[in-house]
Design a protein around this ligand. Structure first.
Ligand code: GCU
Length: 609
């Protein structure tokens, strides 16, 4: 009874978490709307003491009577006697999108505030609505247009937009963004992560124009478990009834006309036979068009079903083995977040070259473009929110933040055939508070999207040589998905780990979300010498033997495709702020273990033909 009360309390309190600006979930497929890119060179001011936000009494300028005085005014000195202690016009510039850590050596480890500003021309028209859209800013963004605050957003990996209709001017406009990437205990993620805390406006920025009443969201996917029943839902930005909507898929000679209901919504399930179903082998995408008398939206959507049946995973009704690998949103060759299609295609091609049909995009929502590429290239996707390690489980604002990030991820990617799993977290330590928090997230995911699997990367607990999978969260999720590091963090040398057995409480498909070990690319020694390629190779060989004991094994995403940057990896010879568990080094060198996994996946490809 106590647990139920606690869970209800968490949900209720989270509804009142302090968000100063209404969170408007992101607009679907904004790239296909009428957008003006604001990518490019932005001026920036490094502001470690938030001097551009607080006065000397540490009162926020934007809450003062005049609401002015901060860097967001974007003022320039007009009179030679005037005191202004900043000047964007004459400040240096940085690329947007782009993390600041990889653009300026002195910012490599910088954690704090940086102000960004660019000017842009606009021609706003009466009767139109205008939004500034950010694909991601890490971590907290305060956004001002022409000196007026338009919104605040927290969360480093999900899109958001603010209505600027009333602040946009004809001619030159100024947008100022205060970005703070400081880690904090009550945030999502919390202060401790094994990845680089890249700060900045890390993904695209658009000015988007819409008619007064516009299509804010839509979903077109197969109903769970039915290869011939399509479900179409759509909603306008407001409750405009009788708005005529046409949905068409020219290749199928499909055209359906609808009128929105009193809430400005449409919901329709309809049968359509002979669809070419999407799969990694045949990643079929249909050109889909949705239009009104004022909008014309093009999308590319694949149709497939995913479900679990006993200990099998069924893709389009057929049992599948997930030949996967974990991936961080980082380019190993050119430090920093993945910058665009070239980076992303490289990472996904490396996975496909290893006979993968699946990737775990860890530990946070990746760029939308990465998911669209997975659709195109034929890779199934595990998507995840950064509910990682020791989160503040009892803080309602923390839960509201996690729920918002999960919601924004699902809203953004629900039309992507490649996405088959929504993961609500990674390696979270057992407690009643954690179970309530994670259970509520699982239910949120199922409510928002009942067509995909819901999971989390659980932790294994050991009893002697038995690995126990009895995490109570396992009851709530669709997969027995867990991380185990036998042969690296515990369990002796690689040749000793096959002594372990598995005691799995749940009759569900098993997908091992992480195993692995570090190897410094090019360092060779015998297979018991840690950090050598031979040690990692032996570890992979013995892990595959060990995991093959699991009768319900239906997939894995070993940790990890490429070496990646981490502030937690300080060994001066083998790490130097790099986590070396990559199968590919930071110079793009494929280590010996890469070929062990490639060969195993080749065999599984044959076995699951
Ligand atoms: C953990 C964690 C990863 C981390 C890895 C490691 O399982 O999920 O984020 O990088 O182990 O220790 O290398």
């Amino acid at each position: 009874m106590l647990k139920l009360t606690y869970r209800l309390l968490l949900i209720c309190l989270s509804l009142f978490s302090s968000v100063s600006y209404a969170q408007v979930t992101s607009i679907q497929n904004i790239q296909a709307r009428k957008v003006q890119s604001l990518n490019g060179k932005w001026n920036y001011i490094i502001d470690p003491y938030e001097n551009g936000y607080y006065d000397y009494r540490h009162e926020p300028f934007d809450k003062s009577k005049s609401g002015t005085g901060g860097f967001f005014d974007d003022r320039v000195q007009k009179d030679k006697s005037e005191l202004i202690e900043y000047d964007f016009d004459r400040s240096p510039q940085m690329n947007v999108p782009g993390d600041w850590n990889s653009q300026l050596e002195k910012l490599e480890l910088y954690e704090g505030n940086i102000w960004f500003r660019r000017k842009f021309d606009a021609r706003p028209e009466k009767g139109k609505k205008y939004f500034i859209y950010f694909a991601a800013v890490n971590y907290e963004a305060h956004v001002y247009v022409n000196g007026k605050k338009v919104g605040i957003h927290k969360g480093g990996f999900t899109p958001f937009q603010f209505d600027v209709t009333s602040t946009l001017k004809v001619g030159e406009n100024s947008i100022v963004v205060k970005v703070d990437n400081t880690r904090k205990a009550d945030e999502i993620p919390t202060v401790n992560t094994d990845w680089w805390n890249y700060g900045g406006i890390t993904r695209d920025v658009f000015l988007a124009e819409f008619p007064e009443h516009f299509i804010s969201d839509y979903k077109l996917q197969l109903v769970k478990g039915n290869n011939n029943l399509l479900s179409f839902t759509l909603k306008l930005n407001d409750a405009t009834p009788n708005q005529e909507i046409t949905l068409s898929i020219p290749e199928l000679k499909l055209e359906k006309k609808y009128k929105t209901d009193a809430e400005g919504k449409i919901a329709d399930d309809f049968t359509w036979n002979n669809l070419s179903l999407w799969s990694p082998e045949t990643p079929k995408l249909y050109a889909v068009n949705i239009k009104t008398d004022k909008e014309n939206i093009d999308d590319k959507i694949g149709f497939r079903t995913i479900q679990v049946d006993g200990d099998s995973i069924l893709l389009n009704g057929k049992s599948v083995f997930l030949r996967g690998i974990s991936i961080h949103d980082e380019n190993p060759l050119v430090a920093g977040r993945l910058r665009g299609e070239g980076d992303m295609r490289m990472m996904l091609q490396w996975a496909k070259d290893m006979n993968c049909n699946y990737v775990r995009l860890a530990h946070y929502p990746h760029n939308e473009e990465m998911i669209r590429l997975a659709d195109e290239m034929g890779l199934l996707v595990w998507a995840e929110v950064p509910v990682y390690w020791t989160i503040s489980w009892t803080n309602p604002a923390t839960y509201a933040n996690a729920k918002q990030q999960l919601t924004d991820l699902i809203v953004r990617d629900k039309n992507r055939a490649s996405v088959i799993v929504w993961s609500v977290g990674n390696e979270t330590p057992l407690s009643d508070a954690r179970l309530s928090f994670m259970t509520n997230l699982v239910e949120t995911a199922r409510t928002l999207d009942d067509t995909r699997l819901v999971a989390a990367a659980l932790e294994v607990h050991r009893d002697g040589n038995a690995m126990l999978l009895n995490d109570p969260l396992g009851e709530k999720i669709d997969l027995v998905s867990f991380n185990e590091y036998a042969g690296w963090y515990w369990g002796g040398n690689p040749s000793e780990i096959t002594k372990y057995t598995f005691n799995i409480k749940y009759n569900k498909p098993v997908v091992v979300t992480e195993f692995g070990g570090d190897a410094l690319g090019g360092f060779h020694a015998d297979e018991n010498t840690r950090w050598s390629e031979e040690y990692q190779e032996a570890l992979y060989r013995n892990q595959i033997t060990l995991l093959s004991k699991i009768g319900a094994l239906r997939g894995m995403t070993p940790w990890i495709l490429t070496d990646f940057r981490s502030p937690r990896r300080q060994h001066p010879i083998y790490q130097n702020f790099w986590n070396r568990k990559g199968l590919i080094s930071e110079t793009g060198k494929k280590k010996k273990a890469y070929y062990i996994l490639k060969d195993f996946y080749g065999q599984m490809q044959t076995k699951y033909k």
